[in-house]
Design a protein around this ligand. Structure first.
Ligand code: ATP
Length: 612
């Protein structure tokens, strides 16, 4: 199942699912919040009854009225109320934060397990919103909504019952007004709901404009787009302002309306009750109780209707987050492999799946692959590589070179055909075994926030400092790191903005080889590094590639020339394969490519080497 921006697979039962997920691990906390909500409702409702008794006592006994007992009960109830309020604020806050943490952790862990194809369909910004704002909203509404509903509904019921017990006729008259109030409140809520929805949409657009404006500031400046950006930004901010004002007007009209309405109910109670008190059929205490309850009833009613509206407003968030959590990774270990891994674990086998660890050869056999149906990217792709060889993948842009290495790394799996490791389909081996034997250097190096040391350690979490330095030395970046003020402890800023692309590239190279992978995948990316870094990379390459099976998307002639096998790909097909001299001799596609693309580079190199 796929959770894309445009569709959520969880249309029904999303609330039930999210509530179960939240409730099960936090049962105790939920029960405590519910107990506090019920106690608070009971205590609050009892105040009016105490007042009634005081009035009746005074009306009955005049100056002889005994009020001390009532005072004590009143203060005890007050003390209990204060303790309840303090406790529910603390516990509901704790519940809300715990739920948010758990939902975020679960979503994040789940996202990490998903396959690349999932990320092809879901933008990063959209996913970040799900993990941050949606989870926070859900946690808040689940925790505080539980409190409000378990306080509000029992309170409303208790007041209804007391009013009927006190005087059924008056209770009916006062309560007859409430369906009207509920109707008007519903209309207001719908209007506020619609305008809030529109407001949120505009806000998302505005955030996107902000993001683009800031992230793409350099491009905007170069293209002199600032004025246009400002114009677009103004349209959205004006709309946001208008919608916010509309929302404010609705809300500000709603509360005075509610107040007028409640006062009307209280006035009717006063009028009818007053006549009855004068006629001696109603006690003064009961009249006061009626007026108080009619007023008090408003709070739980408003709270419950607000909570229900919030639940409705949050349904879309719940569907999105739950939709995300039910997406299954498309690439995972089969049941048979899981069984193999279980047996290997029990027998303490050296590899995760109990099969041989040393890679002897890798073969792409009759591979057909497409990212989207009916748009083939690789067709009839066949290639067998003995261990220890360096394979250079060359070909025009978009020909399928990166796709070949994505399939090798099992980021995607072939639609047809097989990738065989030692003659065994890699789907019959543990995914973790394969990926822990891979070292990857991408075209655009990515470093995490943290120190340079921790970034290299990502490649082998238990690496010692000596191993980290050895890896850095192997790729010729040790002296660059030592030249920095804080050496290996230098902090890498978000996105590695305080390092040059070349430095990032070399550090990610050290990270890729620290765990001594059997297979190394490299996107050479000469375009993004300066000549000095290129020279460093070049120097280290011979040592690093030794004894490994390497797949290099090669841009540099020197790498291509030194590769054991050059594979020429065009339109997703392997059209030529051989060593540099073999392919030149053949005077085919590689020769043509060489003439067009690499000859200038070769001449420059030869000039440098003084050969001509
Ligand atoms: N994630 C993806 N989803 C859909 N199509 C993709 C995806 N990645 C690549 N493609 C398409 O597959 C084809 C091959 O792309 P690939 O990146 O493998 O080519 P390449 O030879 O590595 O190109 P370059 O040298 O420019 O990096 C291209 O048409 C590309 O648009």
């Amino acid at each position: 199942m796929d959770a894309t921006q445009n569709s959520t697979p969880f249309e029904k039962g999303a609330w039930k699912a999210v509530f179960n997920r939240c409730y099960q691990p936090q049962k105790k906390l939920f029960h405590r919040v519910i107990a506090l909500a019920l106690t608070t409702a009971g205590v609050e409702a009892s105040f009016t009854l105490i007042t009634k008794e005081v009035f009746d006592e005074i009306a009955d006994k005049g100056a002889d009225a005994q009020l001390l007992g009532y005072g004590l009960v009143f203060f005890t109830a007050l003390a209990v109320l204060v303790i309840c309020i303090r406790s529910f604020i603390r516990l509901t806050g704790k519940l809300s934060m715990t739920l948010m943490y758990e939902l975020r952790k679960e979503s994040f862990e789940h996202l990490q397990s998903l396959s690349f194809s999932f990320y092809d369909n879901n933008a990063v910004g959209w996913l970040v919103s799900r993990i941050t704002s949606d989870t926070a909203r859900i946690a808040r509404i689940v925790a505080w909504g539980t409190l409000d509903l378990f306080w509000g509904i029992p309170m409303i019921l208790a007041i209804f019952i007391v009013l009927f017990v006190l005087d059924a006729r008056m209770a009916l008259i006062v309560l007859a007004l409430f369906p009207l109030l509920a109707g008007v409140a519903w209309v207001f809520n719908q209007k506020i709901l619609n305008s809030s929805r529109e407001l949120r949409k505009t806000n998302s657009r505005l955030t996107a404009v902000y993001n683009e404006g800031i992230a793409g500031i350099q491009t905007s400046k170069i293209l002199v787009r600032e004025q246009q950006n400002l114009k677009e930004f103004k349209v959205d901010t004006d709309k946001m302002y208008g919608l916010s004002m509309h929302n404010l007007l609705l809300t500000s009209a709603f509360f005075p309306f509610v107040n007028v309405f409640v006062s009307l109910a209280v006035g009717i109670a006063l009028w009818l009750g007053g006549v009855d008190v004068l006629a001696g059929v109603l006690t003064l205490g009961t009249l006061v109780a009626f007026m108080n309850y009619a007023r008090t009833l408003m709070d739980p009613m408003l709270e419950v209707s607000e909570t229900l509206a919030n639940l409705q407003r949050t349904t879309a968030c719940v569907e999105r987050v739950m939709g995300l959590l039910v997406v299954e990774p498309t690439i995972k270990d089969s049941d048979a492999v899981v069984e193999l891994m279980k047996r290997a674990y029990e027998s303490d086998h050296q590899t995760l799946d109990g099969l041989e660890n040393d890679i002897r050869d890798i073969e792409f056999k009759d591979i057909q692959f497409s990212y989207k149906p009916d748009e083939p990217v690789l067709s009839d792709f066949n290639l067998k590589v003995p261990a220890g060889s360096t394979v250079a993948l060359v070909g025009p842009t978009g020909s399928g070179k990166s796709t070949v290495v994505s399939l090798l790394c099992r980021f995607y799996e072939p639609n047809q055909g097989q990738v065989l490791v030692n003659g065994v389909d890699y789907r019959d081996r543990s995914l973790l075994w394969l990926q822990s034997n891979l070292g990857i250097v991408l075209q655009t190096p990515f470093l995490f926030t943290g120190t340079i040391r921790s970034n290299i350690r990502y490649g082998k979490l238990d690496a010692t400092d000596a191993e980290i330095e050895a890896a850095a030395k192997a790729v010729n970046v040790h002296d660059i790191i030592m030249g920095m003020e804080h050496g290996y402890e230098t902090q890498v800023q978000e996105g590695g903005t305080n390092l040059s692309t070349g430095q990032k590239q070399l550090i990610s190279f050290a990270r890729a080889i620290i765990h001594d992978p059997q297979i190394l995948v490299m996107d050479e990316a000469t375009s993004s590094v300066d000549t000095q870094t290129e020279a460093r990379l070049q120097k280290s390459l011979a040592t690093v590639l030794k004894g490994r099976t390497s797949f290099i998307i090669a841009h540099r002639l020197s790498t291509i020339r030194n590769a054991d096998v050059i594979v020429v790909i065009e339109d997703g097909r392997l059209i030529e394969q051989g060593s540099h001299s073999e392919l030149l001799e053949k005077k085919g596609h590689y020769f043509e490519l060489y003439q067009k693309q690499f000859k200038n580079e070769l001449e420059e190199t030869l000039l440098k080497e003084g050969e001509i």
